[in-house]
Write a protein that binds this ligand. Structure first.
Ligand SMILES: [Zn+2]
Length: 410
């Protein structure tokens, strides 16, 4: 990469508008307010200094320039020239001449000259690779107000490219939030980190950044890459249209449970039912929020707290997942584990225990003992496995240790 310093008048920048790509991939969208734009024009008309612009020279047929840093300011200049906004209503006069509330065309010829001849300091980057430019952008923005997902998007490496692709998956478009400032990338990256970890963990911005850096040679054909696409495809079939209720705050919990289910349970062809179940759960949850404090379901209150407080922490994700899993297996109590094993899974046990409220169901050696989750209890097949009883929540029940021993001795 070679760097050249240059200075050019605004007139030359205006001429180059068509040949300038203001939003290469690593850039954020236009977010300057009118006030910020007006302040820039005011600064120029007073002949005060503004920071350097960084431009990458490219030759891709369409563009000659790519803006590495200064996108917001260039847009402000182009838009002012086109009369898309005026100087601020409360702008002070310049050299005793009033400029308040004037558009470009309203200004005197002298002020137009002043504006167009103002020189901008430009650093031109030639023969720069995508990674070099992205890194420069990141360094220039450091300490400013870039969101974490925007910073990560400027990192070099394969993981960034993989997440960029993943964020274009149809499923995200069917969610009820917009891809504002890389929000789809944020959720996609969180899902990816959970897959790489093989289960729930912290998915905070520092964890995501680490994932990008450690997986800069990520294989698009890896097991994890295939798995995440499989889960997102399942979710697209589950929610084939734009679905109100799929919020940024709950989509990650939805991903966690579907990822687990698709690995361990027979859920093919249950897409429609699962979609309905999730929306029903969310409806139940928001209805609970509207109830008076003393009438609210304590589980829902705890779930809500977990959503509200550091929702990207392992504690919050685990708690929400436990409640979702219990609710899922209460609804889908005939669902079978893929391994065809006799043992009830942790998820099934959660639902069995909750349904039986921890009471021993056999009452042979006891009178219906009340057990705690951590006590010695057994998840038992009502119809024995040996007689064709299925390993489903429906066919499971809580037994105390004594009743279990007595049953297995018979
Ligand atoms: Zn018992």
């Amino acid at each position: 990469m070679r760097r050249y310093s240059d200075s050019k008048p605004i007139s030359s920048i205006i001429r180059r508008e068509e040949k300038t790509d203001p939003t290469p991939e690593y850039q954020r969208g236009p977010v300057w307010s009118k006030k910020q734009k007006q302040l820039l024009i005011d600064t120029i008309l007073r002949d005060l200094d503004i920071p350097k612009f960084y431009i990458r020279t490219v030759n891709n047929g369409q563009y000659e320039w790519e803006v590495v840093d200064g996108q917001q300011r260039l847009r402000a200049i182009w838009e002012f020239k086109k009369g898309l906004y005026k100087i601020a209503k409360d702008a002070d006069p310049v050299n005793n001449i009033n400029i308040a509330n004037l558009s470009y065309n309203d200004m005197s010829e002298d002020f137009k000259d002043k504006f167009e001849s103002y020189t901008l300091d430009i650093v031109e980057l030639a023969d720069a690779t995508q990674d070099e430019v992205a890194e420069m952008f990141l360094r220039l923005q450091n300490g400013s107000t870039l969101k974490a997902a925007e910073k990560r998007n400027a990192l070099p490496g394969e993981m960034k490219d993989f997440i960029r692709e993943l964020a274009k998956h149809d499923f995200f478009n069917n969610c009820d939030f917009k891809n504002k400032r890389f929000d789809f990338d944020q959720v996609a990256a969180q899902c990816m980190l959970l897959e790489l970890n093989g289960g729930v963990r912290n998915i905070k911005n520092t964890d995501l950044e680490k994932m990008y850096l450690e997986n800069d040679e990520f294989d698009f054909e890896s097991v994890e890459a295939k798995k995440i696409n499989k889960v997102l495809n399942y979710l697209t079939r589950t929610f084939p249209e734009k679905t109100p209720g799929l919020k940024q705050g709950n989509v990650i919990s939805l991903y966690i449970i579907i990822s687990m289910l698709s690995e361990k349970y027979a859920i093919s062809e249950l897409e429609t039912k699962i979609g309905k179940w999730f929306i029903d759960f969310e409806t139940k949850r928001s209805a609970d929020l509207d109830l008076p404090e003393d009438q609210r379901d304590s589980e829902m209150v705890a779930y809500q707290n977990a959503v509200g407080h550091s929702s990207d922490s392992i504690e919050s994700l685990e708690y929400r997942n436990k409640i979702l899993v219990r609710d899922f297996f209460s609804t889908f109590n005939k669902i079978l584990p893929l391994d065809g094993m006799r043992e009830f899974s942790y998820e099934q046990k959660l639902a069995i225990f909750r349904r039986d409220k921890g009471f021993c169901q056999l009452k042979k050696e006891c009178t219906g003992k009340k057990l705690g989750w951590d006590d010695d209890w057994h998840a038992d097949h009502k119809i024995p496995f040996s007689k064709g009883g299925l390993t489903t929540v429906e066919n499971g029940q809580v037994l105390c240790a004594d009743c279990n021993l007595s049953k297995s001795n018979n």
